[in-house]
Design a protein around this ligand. Structure first.
Ligand SMILES: Nc1ncnc2c1ncn2[C@@H]1O[C@H](COP(=O)(O)OP(=O)(O)OP(=O)(O)O)[C@@H](O)[C@H]1O
Ligand SMILES: O=C(O)[C@H](O)[C@@H](O)[C@H](O)[C@H](O)CO
Length: 174
């Protein structure tokens, strides 16, 4: 079973996924680290990625999931996964890929991005991210979580969801 923490830039994917993976002792893929240099250069220059830019990047993440699936290792992935078609690519990695959508309003996201420093993703790309986003559909395995609460609260919720999916006790370390 694999859990993708998804959402637009600034929704808290990296923050939440890292802490959840640490708490439960699960391997983590941070999708930012899978982008080819050309994609990073494009985003850094304020140009949104296209479907063509994202396809090989998503395929490499699906392959990472598949490699862990072959070893029977559950994982956590932090990846925007904005469109259903992108999630379809990630789902090719394993039979059970679940999505945790971190969802917030535009003004809260803009505020968090404005306060963040040292990241290549310019806050100006938020509008394009929100336009591209396709929320989870009824037949997709997953949960949508409101990002208003603190990281501590969100992490507890996600740990609970992931631990329940894996049949573990949330409080226990791996
Ligand atoms: N629940 C939260 N409450 C308050 N601040 C938060 C919360 N979650 C994350 N943040 C802060 O908001 C900013 C964005 O979070 P983060 O970098 O994890 O988002 P992201 O979805 O991974 O973004 P990107 O896709 O651009 O990498 C960071 O400065 C982070 O510390
Ligand atoms: O699909 C995308 O446009 C990308 O994943 C972006 O979302 C960035 O990689 C990320 O948000 C910055 O960290």
């Amino acid at each position: 079973m694999h859990f993708v923490v998804m959402g637009v830039s600034g929704s808290g994917k990296s923050t939440v996924a890292l802490r959840v993976a640490e708490r439960l002792g699960l391997p983590l893929a941070e999708a930012d680290g899978f982008h080819p240099a050309a994609n990073i250069a494009k985003m850094s220059a304020g140009v949104p990625l296209t479907d063509e830019d994202r396809r090989p990047w998503l395929a490499s993440l699906a392959e990472w999931i598949a490699a862990h699936e072959r070893r029977g290792a559950p994982t956590v992935v932090a990846c925007s996964a904005l469109k259903r078609a992108y999630r379809d690519i990630l789902r090719t990695g394993a039979p059970d890929v679940r999505f945790l959508h971190l969802h917030g309003c535009g003004s809260l996201l803009a505020q968090r991005l404005a306060e963040r420093s040292g990241h290549f993703m310019p806050p100006a790309l938020l509008d394009s991210q929100l336009e591209t986003l396709e929320p989870l559909e009824g037949d997709e395995e997953g949960v949508t979580l409101d990002i208003t609460p603190s990281p501590d609260v969100l992490v507890e919720r996600v740990v609970g969801i992931v631990a329940a999916g894996l049949g573990r006790v949330p409080g226990a370390r791996h």
